[in-house]
Design a protein around this ligand. Structure first.
Ligand SMILES: O=c1ccn([C@@H]2O[C@H](COP(=O)(O)OP(=O)(O)O[C@H]3O[C@H](CO)[C@@H](O)[C@H](O)[C@H]3O)[C@@H](O)[C@H]2O)c(=O)[nH]1
Ligand SMILES: [Mn+2]
Length: 590
């Protein structure tokens, strides 16, 4: 029987393999050098040990990252075969959307997400969309009730004109989507007006913080909020806004609508709610009573689906006769829609999506990234997985600064493997970024963020994990805000890094940047005062490395000393970092 999907080898080019093999040889030579050049006790053995640890860690890290590049594969689906074989015997699908707070996650935005999912090109009677509201907010419930009415116009409109993407917010924001044909334009304008009217009503209700009394008579569900209660302490609420089984629930074209459910799980102060994971568990239980579809999809509330055939694509894997039973989940890549050209925060997922996911697929597929993923229900309910996942970035961080401290005899041939590994690794990473669609500056910005993340968030994560293992803290989770003020957005458009608050992370970033600057100045000063000899005696690689770090940190210096806008690094942070650098400079004297 013809397969529903094909697996193709992607890349694994000779150039890549040559690079990988020679860099590996370079790493081995570097370690060889370390092993054969152990200094005597007291003559820099601590620094030697630090360098060795850093190089071992780098080598390990490098091998791991090559394992997801060695033999990448791509999958191709055959939706026509799926349609021919299954016709209308396709399985039911439950879609879970999670939201947590109507202030940081504006309900009008969440509703665009919900609509993009309700409008999937899939039999609506087989589609069930659940919105989990961890804010337990009547405002979100009101927004969903509005959405259930607007869906009656949006879904047939999408189907008739084969609209893509099916998030009304994204679709109407793009002026290229305005049709030319006058009859289509008329309908387009009607739907657009309906959409904008709805968004305005939702936004104004959210602004005012309460639902007008005359609205509340429209649905019995509003009475759930009559008894008081707060977002952290309330009874469970489940309201079916559209019941797909109800023969009367039809869209404006007379078609059945997908089932639409609002859910706010019970919350009590004495029970920990476990954030999104807790919401997902509640969704699995509630949906098992209402629809119990064998396939489940999960989407974060700030995303939208940009392909209306996503369900059919995923089913090509689950329903494949030969391999389907071995597939537990189908993960879609995730992308940001408002990326600037050079991606100042280094958060483009292009290399991850195009290179690493394809490489991971060889080894059984990428991780569940938390959104845009289809699971079999039985996998989530039936089996237990033992996950032992540890990471120790600490060593890498501790030893990172040491690079500046040991001296390498520059004229020794042993310098070659160091230079080769450093240069080739970075050139290949640049090549990979460029061929995945990033820009040169985007790659450079990514390198800066690589540094920033490792000295702040990863360091915090290590400390937090240790504290958790010792029973000193419980993991927290702060819902990331999905709104920003106009000033901030403008700076984002101009690719200017945003600081603004005096968070301790910024002290770390500023201190390290400043320390590198001071070291560079100090090093150059030494060369000037003691002549060229110093340079050739081993200071050159240190100057180069330190210089690169200074160049990469230019936006940090700007934010500390030159910028005047509200997103600059606050004076208090600059002051603290100057203090720390002074301490670092004077401590060795005493
Ligand atoms: O108590 C909570 C907290 C969060 N959420 C929802 O969880 C999702 C992710 O939260 P967000 O603040 O947007 O976190 P991000 O860092 O953007 O999300 C990434 O990281 C999360 C935690 O690892 C994953 O769950 C996400 O899928 C992944 O995109 C959102 O839909 C939230 O509404 C809840 O339902 N309940
Ligand atoms: Mn998010």
């Amino acid at each position: 029987m013809a397969r529903l999907f094909a697996t193709e080898k992607a890349g694994g080019s000779a150039l890549y393999k040559l690079h990988a093999v020679t860099v590996f040889a370079g790493i081995c030579l570097v370690l060889c050098y370390r092993a054969t050049h152990v200094p005597a006790a007291g003559a820099g053995r601590a620094a030697w040990l630090g360098m060795l640890a850093a190089e071992l860690w780098f080598g390990f890290y490098w091998v791991i990252t090559q394992s997801v590049r060695w033999c990448p594969i791509r999958r191709r689906t055959f939706k026509d075969r799926l349609a021919a074989r299954y016709g209308d015997r396709l399985p039911c699908v439950d879609i879970f959307v999670c939201t947590a707070d109507p202030q940081s996650e504006p309900p009008s935005l969440v509703m665009a997400t919900v609509l993009s999912l309700m409008a999937y090109n899939y039999p609506p009677e087989k589609l069930n969309v659940y919105l989990s509201d961890d804010g337990g907010s009547i405002l979100t419930f009101y927004a969903l009730w509005e959405t259930s009415a607007f869906a009656k116009h949006w879904l047939p409109f999408c189907r008739r004109y084969n609209i893509e993407p099916r998030s009304p917010a994204v679709y109407f924001a793009d002026s290229d989507n305005k049709p030319n044909d006058p009859r289509t334009l008329e309908e387009w304008s009607v739907v657009k007006d309906l959409y904008e009217g709805m968004t305005e009503r939702i936004d104004s209700v959210v602004r005012s913080g309460k639902v007008p009394e005359e609205m509340k008579v429209n649905h019995k569900g509003f009475s759930e909020w009559n008894t008081g209660g707060t977002s952290k302490d309330h009874h469970p609420i489940v309201q079916i806004l559209i019941d797909g089984k109800d023969k009367g629930a039809l869209d404006s074209g007379g078609n059945v609508l997908p089932t639409l459910v609002y859910m706010a799980r019970e919350k009590r102060p004495q029970y920990h709610h476990n954030f999104k994971a807790g919401a997902m568990n509640a969704l699995i239980r509630v949906s098992s009573v209402i629809s119990k579809s064998p396939i489940i999809m999960n989407v974060d509330c700030d995303m939208y689906s940009n392909n209306s055939d996503s369900i059919r694509e995923a089913l090509c894997f689950f329903l494949d006769e030969e391999m389907g039973h071995k597939i537990a989940f189908v993960q879609y890549p995730q992308n940001y829609s408002n990326m600037t050209k050079n991606n100042i925060y280094g958060n483009s997922f292009s290399v991850i999506n195009q290179v690493e996911f394809a490489g991971l697929d060889t080894w059984g597929g990428p991780l569940y990234i938390g959104t845009g993923c289809f699971h079999r229900r039985e996998i989530l309910c039936g089996r237990s997985f033992n996950k032992d996942y540890k990471e120790d970035w600490d060593q890498g961080i501790k030893t990172q600064h040491r690079i500046d401290q040991t001296e390498e005899k520059i004229m020794s041939p042993w310098i070659m493997p160091f230079i080769y590994v450093f240069v080739v690794k970075n050139i290949y990473s640049l090549y990979e970024a460029l061929t995945s669609g990033d820009t040169l500056r985007g790659w450079w910005n990514g390198q800066r963020m690589w540094l920033v993340k490792r000295i702040t968030s990863y360091l915090y994560a290590v400390i937090e994990n240790i504290r958790k293992l010792l029973g000193l803290s419980k993991m927290g989770f702060v819902v990331s805000p999905k709104v920003s003020d106009e000033d901030e957005s403008k700076r984002y458009e101009q690719e200017i890094m945003e600081f603004g608050t005096s968070s301790p992370e910024y002290v770390i970033i500023a201190t390290i940047a400043l320390l590198n600057f001071v070291c560079l100045v100090g090093g150059l000063g030494q060369i000037l005062t003691s002549g060229q000899n110093m340079l050739w005696n081993g200071l050159l690689p240190q100057i180069v490395l330190c210089g690169l770090l200074v160049i990469i940190n230019i936006p940090i210096y700007e934010a500390m000393f030159l910028r005047e806008d509200r997103g600059r690094i606050p004076y208090s942070v600059t002051l603290a970092s100057v203090g720390f650098v002074m301490m670092a400079l004077f401590v060795p004297i005493f």
